[in-house]
Design a protein around this ligand. Structure first.
Ligand code: PRP
Ligand code: ADE
Length: 182
């Protein structure tokens, strides 16, 4: 387990701001420097896996694509199965789909219907919470599959975009943990 004095400071130092990407007016939070640093990536994985332990999750859902990079090692560390929620058209089996808007556009996500069922407690993992559109769509998908959302574990929350205010009313008390706040 990682033992570092100030994990949030380390993580924040490895996230790069890119102005006007992917469109004018957006300050993009680029996590690739964090991923390239094994100490920071391990600290992030361990910290998110600790969040999973407190939720009694039975599965981890990661949101394509950056949520896969973070969610898969968290699932392994926590001893849980990993379920990918993919952008539309990428999963070969029978899927449930949900359209949504995000900070810079709109999209549709899907999950294999057979991957989740009643009795599953799902922890959603992603890198950034902005408007909350992506996470809200994932919550809807997971519930339509019959499973319960037991928490959201996010690396960075962009508070000024209102994602937390949007999600908390629909989370039924499940925790929304963001390691960093902007
Ligand atoms: O709160 P929101 O406004 O919905 O934005 C947050 C989402 O946006 C990013 O994903 P993106 O769709 O850019 O996909 P990527 O991970 O494939 O880059 C990020 O990884 C979150 O999933
Ligand atoms: N500003 C941002 N940076 C990185 N990912 C994002 N997803 C939505 N908004 C984002």
């Amino acid at each position: 387990m990682t033992e570092l004095a100030n994990i949030p400071e380390l993580l924040a130092s490895r996230i790069r701001d890119v102005a006007d990407y992917p469109e004018p007016g957006v300050m993009f939070k680029d996590i690739t420097p964090l991923l390239a640093d094994p100490v920071a990536f391990t600290a992030l994985t361990d910290t998110l896996a600790q969040a999973a332990a407190g939720t009694r999750a039975t599965k981890v859902v990661g949101l394509e694509a950056r949520g896969f990079i973070l969610g898969a090692p968290v699932a392994v560390r926590a001893g849980l199965g990993f379920i990918p929620v993919r952008k539309a058209g990428k999963l070969p089996g029978a899927t449930l789909s949900q359209a949504y808007d995000l900070e810079y556009g709109s999209a549709e996500i899907e999950v294999h219907a057979e991957d989740l069922a009643a009795g599953d407690r799902v922890l959603i993992v992603d890198d950034v919470l902005a408007t909350g559109g992506t996470a809200e769509a994932a919550i809807q998908l997971i519930r339509r599959a019959g499973a319960e959302v037991c928490g959201l574990a996010i690396l960075m929350e962009l508070g000024f975009l209102g994602g937390r205010a949007r999600l908390e009313p629909i989370l039924d008390g499940a925790p929304l943990e963001a390691l960093l706040q902007v």
